[in-house]
Ligand binder design. Sequence first.
Ligand SMILES: *Cc1c(COP(=O)(O)O)cnc(C)c1O
Length: 341
Amino acid sequence: MDFPPRLSLARRPTPFYLLERLSAALGGPRIWIKRDDLTEAAAGGNKIRKLEFVLARARAAGCDALVTSGGIQSNHCRTTALLGARLGFEVHLVLRDEGDFDPVPRGNLLLDYLAGAQVHLLPRREYLAHHAERVAELAADLRRRGRTPWVIPVGASDGHGLWGYVDCARELAQDFAAAGIRPEVLVHATGSGGTQAGLVAGAALFELPCRVVGVAVCDSAAWFERKIRADLAEWAAEYGVGLEVGALPVEVDERFIGPGYARAGPEVYATIRRLGALEGVVLDPVYTGKAFHGLLAMCEAGEFDGCRDLVFLHTGGLFGLCAEAARLGFRRPPRGEEGDG
Ligand SMILES: *Cc1c(COP(=O)(O)O)cnc(C)c1O
């Protein structure tokens, strides 16, 4: 398999191991974890794998500025801001402002500023109606100023970013062989579809034994299936990989979205606390907490009965958790009751 040019930005391969205490506590299939939250420090998570390919194209095209968009706590925008600084691009982010005003930026937004990105906040309504025009205007402004901008789609999810997770599937084939397992199912969070599109293609190319199940964190399964199939079609047309992509299985589970994008119910926070205390693995409320809650709920409902090994792909999101710290429900003790630390 010939991969297109990429920049080497992520720490690869990421760790893969068994969640021993959780598996013992559940008493069902063994649960393994692929730690793509460890692809980097501040720039960690799944987006860096896609951006290695996307930014290689931006560089090859002679661009010196990046424009992208997402939610106010977008992991993709934070990763683009940090990598842009690392590589010397001027970075512009169009972010959807949810209106819950906080004078001090937190989480991913804090890192966007720290990386020197230019942040353009759009009220939610305006973002939903006009964010594509706003991105195009910004790119036009940059051109007038003599810059050469490269526009990156939401989540870097398209037929190019997809390569990042084709490559992760290649890594997983090696991980499974090293562990001597043939897992039946791989579960991960799906938010803009690029991770799943890459895994679906990679699973076919590298003959992974498992189903790939994306747990939707926002839109419906039908929406994601269309989006993932469009990315796969674009990828196949562009790179001529000789896979019949229309025939590949795309499985999206829409039962665990909860109240909506970036809004999680108490069961998700309970899952985050549980995995933190049991395994020292930190999930986030927007993506991985929902997907892991879905995995546990499916286990409890007996949907994986008869399976020996399941894999959870941890896609990152730590800074989104920091932005929602209050919802975890921890309180420091009042003064005078701290204990004798
Ligand atoms: C973006 C993101 C996802 C979803 O990946 P997509 O490729 O956009 O579907 C999952 N987890 C985290 C932490 C993310 O930032």
